[in-house]
Design a protein around this ligand. Structure first.
Ligand SMILES: Nc1nc2c(ncn2[C@@H]2O[C@H](COP(=O)(O)OP(=O)(O)OP(=O)(O)O)[C@@H](O)[C@H]2O)c(=O)[nH]1
Ligand SMILES: [Mg+2]
Length: 281
């Protein structure tokens, strides 16, 4: 399929916003999608943040592979980050996050020799759950969330119960994905506006990955007898099992693709991590 790119004007503005506010904050919380721990890390964010203290939230852990989350967590820790695996729908590990933030505040104050509340900034690609995390941290609906990318616009400072100050930012991508798989992974997980995507092609690419990485889950979910090495055959089999047939006995690829993406995104196919750490690493 054609290379995906999505970089609307507000993302450029957000980049400037992050840059301007960075000097005000003590710690950056980078929220990433645990199903795609490589593709959901924005290299621009990386270059902006540079040496700022960073805490990575491996979010949507309810949708990803638990073993992989553990491995990725270790990897990021080894690279010098603080890491918390979370499910911001339920607020799991919120206590752990709060404790980590409190420790960081204490350490900072000791170095500064004064009592100041920690200032935080939340960054990440669209739709990874930044606003959901903030609502968990404030304990109320402080900021709007939504199941499509680009919900948050403009900056927003909030104060937590413990006095810490927090800046929510809109999700940003970067102008060009060097690796086309990155664009696709982001699209699978809902970080790219669906309106600019060909969902049928995208679903085809997702089946192509799942038939190799998670054939059992694919078979179970769609009650397939076997998995073919021909992706189109698998897509047809899924359509037939679900009865997605148009008049004239044609396969309704549109509906099949839409359904597949929806069921992947909502975790109905199972706990799936599309980017794994190779065991030798
Ligand atoms: N299953 C699951 N869904 C989540 C989790 N966290 C957030 N979501 C959902 O993901 C969608 C996006 O969440 P938001 O908090 O709006 O994401 P955001 O990063 O602020 O998105 P933008 O503002 O568009 O950049 C919403 O439908 C949330 O309910 C999670 O841990 N698990
Ligand atoms: Mg948001």
């Amino acid at each position: 399929m054609e290379n995906i790119n999505w970089y609307p004007g507000h993302m450029k503005k957000t980049r400037e916003l992050i840059q301007e506010n960075l000097k005000l904050v003590d710690l950056v919380i980078e929220v990433i999608d645990s199903r795609i721990p490589v593709s959901s890390r924005n290299p621009i964010i990386d270059s902006l943040i540079e040496n700022k203290l960073r805490l990575i939230v491996l979010n949507k852990s309810d949708l990803s592979d638990r073993d992989e989350n553990r491995k990725w967590g270790n990897r990021f820790i080894n690279e010098g980050n603080k890491v918390i695996t979370m499910n911001c729908m339920l607020g799991s590990n919120l206590d752990k996050l709060n404790k980590e933030l409190q420790n960081t505040q204490n350490e900072k104050n000791e170095i500064r020799n004064m009592t100041k509340s920690l200032k935080l900034m939340i960054v990440g690609v669209p739709n990874v759950g930044k606003s959901s995390l903030i609502n968990r941290m404030t304990g109320k609906k402080s900021t709007r969330t939504g199941d499509k990318p680009g919900v948050t616009r403009g900056k927003q400072w909030l104060t937590l119960k413990n006095g810490m100050q927090l800046l929510d930012t809109p999700g940003i991508l970067w102008p060009k994905f060097e690796d086309p798989n990155v664009g696709m992974n982001l699209a699978f997980c809902g970080s790219i506006r669906d309106e600019i995507l060909d969902t049928t092609d995208l679903a085809y690419e997702l089946i192509k990955l799942l038939e190799v990485q998670y054939p059992k889950l694919l078979m179970e979910r769609f009650k397939l007898d076997s998995i073919s090495d021909d992706t189109l055959e698998n897509m047809d089999a899924i359509a037939l099992k679900r009865g997605f047939i148009l008049p004239g006995k044609k396969i309704d690829y549109e509906r099949t693709g839409r359904t597949l993406l929806d069921e992947f995104r909502s975790g109905k196919i199972g706990n799936i991590t599309l980017e794994k750490i190779k065991d030798s690493e």
